[in-house]
Design a protein. Sequence first.
Length: 220
Amino acid sequence: MTFNQVANLSQQIADHITEKIIRMEIRPGERIMETAIADDLGVSRSPIREALRILEKNRLVELIPRRGARVTELSKTNISHLCDVLTALFCLMVRQCVENGTAQQFGIIDGAAKRSRDSAAGGDVWGYYSALFDFAVATLKATHNPLLEQMIHELLPNVRRIIYASFSSRKAALERNVTVVMTGNGHLQARNVGMAQKTLIDYIDKAKAVALENDIFPAR
């Protein structure tokens, strides 16, 4: 990963660590070693500490006094609560996207959905979930609701952990999942709020069920 010193370095580092957590290269409960990250990325420890504070706000890490940072663990209760809250917020997102989104923004949403379809067709799990995240962010932008954006952005990283862990080992499930995404996008493009919300709820419920049934984040 190439880091731009002019841009927000701490946010870049936070994004880098976020991807490692989502891919479970840094596992739940594992300590995040500031020195190792600084050496790996060729940066000082100061922006890493700021990055960890960003990740703490997003509930990806917890900062423990005198012991440093470790990746948060997601219990079955936490997963259930998180999915339930996101379902309510996402349904509001869909409605306000339809109400406030521009034609250009709907084009961006459609493009992200099609990238997820193409990635799934090629068996590219990470590409699929990256496009799926772009789809969600583009839909969120189209709401023109800064408060809703802030609330969902803070929760999205852990949602990405759940969805990626739920399906990353099941490449055969990609085709079924992308069918749901494309169906939801079709309803969204048609400005059918009710059907778009129903498709979204079904998708989150499925990811939640897989996460709970398969214990994707076992205790250390």
